[in-house]
Write a protein that binds this ligand. Structure first.
Ligand code: FES
Length: 164
């Protein structure tokens, strides 16, 4: 049986596609055009899903393997969309020694996604981050701009429920 697809379905608009085509037309004959094209594409769509990479490949003649190699190598590029609520768990040293790894694992399990992914309804995305400067509250996670500190795994359900 095929694995359940966990990513958010692609929903690019005609306007976004036209904008991308314009960018590609302007840049494609320049040397080293791939990086700026990918940056602009990410500005337009917010992330670089397969469908966008394929459009770039078709339009520029650059092979998909090369595009995929670049998008996965550079951390500035994201292949998954961010959720309406962006969860970042701090895995900096102070938080890690106080158990933020367990918080991160529990969130992956509860949300049914891996780090870097977004729930299929587009609601929550999950990432790890470095020290956010609130070590006194370790272990810490953020949801959008809200900071949650001194967390235990038992707190997670109650916090997520606030965003239902
Ligand atoms: S290590 Fe997590 S806030 Fe500093």
């Amino acid at each position: 049986m095929a694995a359940k697809k966990k990513t958010v379905p692609f929903s690019g608009t005609k306007e976004q596609e036209e904008e991308l085509m314009k960018v590609i037309d302007e840049l494609k004959d320049e040397k080293g055009a791939l990086m700026p094209i990918l940056q602009k594409a990410q500005d337009i769509y917010g992330y670089l899903p397969y469908e966008v990479q394929k459009m770039i490949s078709d339009q520029t003649g650059i092979p998909m393997e090369k595009i995929y190699g670049v998008t996965t190598f550079y951390s500035q590029f994201t292949l998954n969309p961010k959720g309406k609520y962006r969860i970042s768990v701090c895995l900096g040293t102070a938080c890690y020694v106080k158990g933020s790894g367990e918080i991160y694992n529990a969130l992956m399990e509860k949300l049914g996604i891996e780090g870097g992914e977004c729930t299929p309804d587009g609601k929550f995305s999950l990432d790890a981050c470095r020290c956010v400067g609130a070590c006194g509250l370790a272990p810490v996670m953020m949801i959008n701009d809200e900071v949650y500190g001194r967390l235990t795994v038992d707190d997670i359900d109650g916090i997520l429920a606030k965003y239902e």
